[in-house]
Design a protein around this ligand. Structure first.
Ligand code: PMV
Length: 329
């Protein structure tokens, strides 16, 4: 019996997090070596890896979240379950009234609540695998997977910008602007590859909480926050030009400027600052937090041969894990 598998990568935001929610441009890139995966198979023949007992006929759709060792059926899913929401959304959009008995396994090696887009990636992997398994190929395209994953994120995060689902569904570096009636999504040329180290503070952080907190600041003092967001947008535009021109020194300088604005939005944290200082002292060209902040991951731009000392400095400063990623390789 066929198993339909799909996966989606993690992501980093290079420039413009938070400001992107308010319509400013941002730049993000996939991190392909950490991935979320979903496997869908007909439940009455479920024998996937022999890991789970086949669902008895008639028990409907069973979900297996292997990271959490959590197993449940669609009918008993809690109201706020994002995977149940994704499945129901696809059913509704595709006009599928009843699903056949299915066994759905989801596994992710993207750290959760760390700014690497694990929520969007797990939703995208599930949506793509399920659409393909059901023969709904029109819903398995990058654009459709991105659109549906966005709808799932909206249920959980309130006001997501749409950048996470876009990057993980298309798996390409993108220049992104949230706008009506359609977001601006532009791939761009990376003239000279960007070598990054991505370091985890080990502090988990809720995107929803941090985004709401920035919103409260904006409501209290719109002029100040709008000015910060506009400056982030200008930096993202300048960064795109620098990336397209292969000017790595300028990209690094702009990362440092973006980080200063994120500090002023109060979304940095002592653990992030500690890692940023360690990376810059060890020779990184630029460093900033990535994602919602207050924890999660930071990114350091390095010369291609500078990884060992910067990695060592990040680990010595307490990084929980350090990933290497090259954008535009
Ligand atoms: O923390 P993450 O990986 O979910 O990134 C959030 C990025 C924000 O700009 C803070 C929010 C958004 O929806 O774009």
């Amino acid at each position: 019996m066929t198993v339909t598998e799909a996966s989606a990568p993690g992501k980093i935001i290079l420039f413009g997090e938070h400001a992107v929610v308010y319509g400013q441009p941002a730049i993000a890139a996939p991190v392909s070596q950490v991935r979320a995966r979903a496997w869908v198979e007909d439940a009455d023949a479920a024998a996937y890896a022999g890991a789970y007992a086949p669902a008895p006929a008639g028990s409907g759709v069973c979900l297996h979240l292997t990271n959490l060792d959590y197993h449940y059926t669609l009918s008993e899913a809690p109201a706020d379950d994002p995977f149940a929401a994704a499945i129901r959304l696809l059913q509704q959009e595709a006009g599928v009234q009843t699903l056949p008995p299915l066994s759905i396994t989801i596994h992710s090696d993207i750290p959760i609540a760390s700014g690497l887009g694990s929520g969007a990636a797990t939703a995208a992997a599930l949506l793509r695998a399920l659409a393909r398994h059901l023969g709904l190929d029109a819903f398995a395209s990058d654009a459709q997977v991105s659109r549906l994953a966005f709808a799932v994120e909206q249920l959980h995060h309130g006001t997501p910008s749409g950048i996470d689902n876009t990057v993980v569904a298309y798996e390409k570096p993108v220049y992104f602007v949230r706008q009506q009636p359609q977001n601006r999504i532009e791939p761009f040329t990376v003239a000279s590859p960007l070598s990054l180290l991505i370091a985890d503070t080990g502090v988990s952080s809720s995107t929803k909480t941090v985004v709401s907190d920035v919103r409260r600041q904006w409501q209290a003092d719109p002029a100040r926050l709008d000015a910060l967001f506009a400056r982030c947008g200008q930096i993202a535009d300048q960064a795109r030009q620098a990336i397209e021109a292969g000017d790595i020194a300028q990209v690094g300088a702009l990362m440092n400027q973006n980080q200063e604005l994120l500090r002023q939005m109060t979304v940095s944290s002592p653990a992030l600052e500690h890692l940023i200082t360690a990376a810059l002292s060890a020779g990184a060209i630029g460093a900033k937090l990535s994602g919602a902040g207050r924890g999660g991951n930071m990114i350091a731009l390095i010369a291609a041969d500078a990884a060992p000392p910067v990695r060592a400095a990040l680990l010595a400063a307490g990084a929980r894990a350090v990933l290497a990623s090259v954008i535009g390789a």
